[in-house]
Design a protein around this ligand. Structure first.
Ligand SMILES: Cc1cc2nc3c(=O)[nH]c(=O)nc-3n(C[C@H](O)[C@H](O)[C@H](O)COP(=O)(O)O)c2cc1C
Length: 212
C-alpha cells in the first residue's frame, strides 16, 4: 500500500486570522509530500458537552468529529491559551472524546502557540494523557511569544522551525511504529523501511525508530 499519512489538525482558536491556524497551514505545506494534514473546521459547531447526549445517538456533529478522528493516523493540535487555560471550544471538543476514546493510543502532537501558554500546555497535556493519547514529551511543544515568531504567513524564528520539525518527526515516528506493528512483519534486524507510506528512510526494528 502506498499512501500519505492522514493527520487531522485541530486549531484551538476559531479566530479568522489565527496564528495557530497559520501554523497548521505552514506545517501542512512543509509535510505535503508525506502527509495529508486536514484541518478540522467544525470546532465552533460542536454542541456543548453534555453526558446526557453522550449516548448511542450522539449529536451528528459529534459523530462526524469522532469518525474523522477514528480514520486518522494521527492528530495535530495547535492552540493558544485563553485566560490562563485551555480555550473552551477545544476543551469542549476533547470532552466529547473521553467516553468514545478516539484518541486512545492515537499518536497526537500538541503545539501550544500563545503569548505565554504554559498553563494551557500543562492542562492539555494532563487531559490528553488521561484520555490515553500516544503523546511522548517529544511530541509536545510550547511556543511562547508566538506573534514574534510567526509573521506574514511564515515562521521567522529558526529555533521554532527546528522545534516544529522535531515535534512532527516524533508524531510521524509514533505513527510509523503503529503501522509497523500492525503489519506484523517478523522481527529481524534493521531494514529498509517497509512501512506503507512514501517515506524514504530506515526503520530500526529493535528500537522501533524511523530515521530519515
Ligand atoms: C480573551 C483573551 C485572553 C487571553 N489570555 C491569554 C492567556 O491567558 N495566556 C496567553 O498566553 N495568551 C492569552 N491571550 C493571547 C492569545 O493567546 C494570543 O493572542 C494568541 O496569539 C491567540 O491565538 P490565535 O492567534 O491562534 O488566535 C488571550 C487573548 C484573548 C483574546
Amino acid at each position: 500500500m502506498d499512501r500519505h499519512l492522514r493527520i487531522i489538525a485541530i486549531c484551538g482558536s476559531t479566530r479568522q486570522q489565527s496564528t495557530n491556524h497559520t501554523l497548521i497551514n505552514i506545517i501542512s505545506e512543509m509535510y505535503a509530500s508525506t502527509a495529508e494534514i486536514t484541518s478540522f473546521e467544525g470546532l465552533a459547531e460542536l454542541p456543548h458537552f453534555n453526558p446526557d447526549l453522550d449516548n448511542q445517538m450522539p449529536p451528528p456533529a459529534v459523530s462526524a468529529f469522532r469518525d474523522l478522528l477514528r480514520a486518522a493516523d494521527g492528530v495535530l493540535i495547535c492552540t493558544p491559551e485563553y485566560a490562563m487555560g485551555v480555550p473552551g471550544s477545544l476543551k469542549n471538543a476533547l470532552d466529547w472524546l473521553v467516553s468514545s476514546m478516539e484518541l486512545s493510543q492515537k499518536p497526537v502532537a500538541l503545539i501550544t502557540a500563545s503569548s505565554v501558554g504554559e498553563l494551557a500546555h500543562q492542562s492539555l497535556t494532563a487531559t490528553l494523557r488521561v484520555i490515553e493519547a500516544d503523546m511522548p514529551d517529544s511530541s509536545r511543544l510550547l511556543i511562547p511569544f508566538v506573534k514574534a515568531k510567526v509573521q506574514g504567513g511564515r515562521i521567522v524564528d529558526e529555533g521554532t522551525l527546528r522545534d516544529i520539525k522535531e515535534v512532527m518527526g516524533s508524531l510521524i515516528n509514533a505513527i510509523a511504529k503503529i503501522d509497523f506493528l500492525n503489519t506484523a512483519i517478523p522481527a529481524s534486524r534493521t531494514t529498509s523501511c517497509s512501512c506503507s507510506w512514501r517515506l524514504s528512510g530506515v526503520f530500526d526494528r529493535r528500537s522501533l525508530q524511523y530515521t530519515n
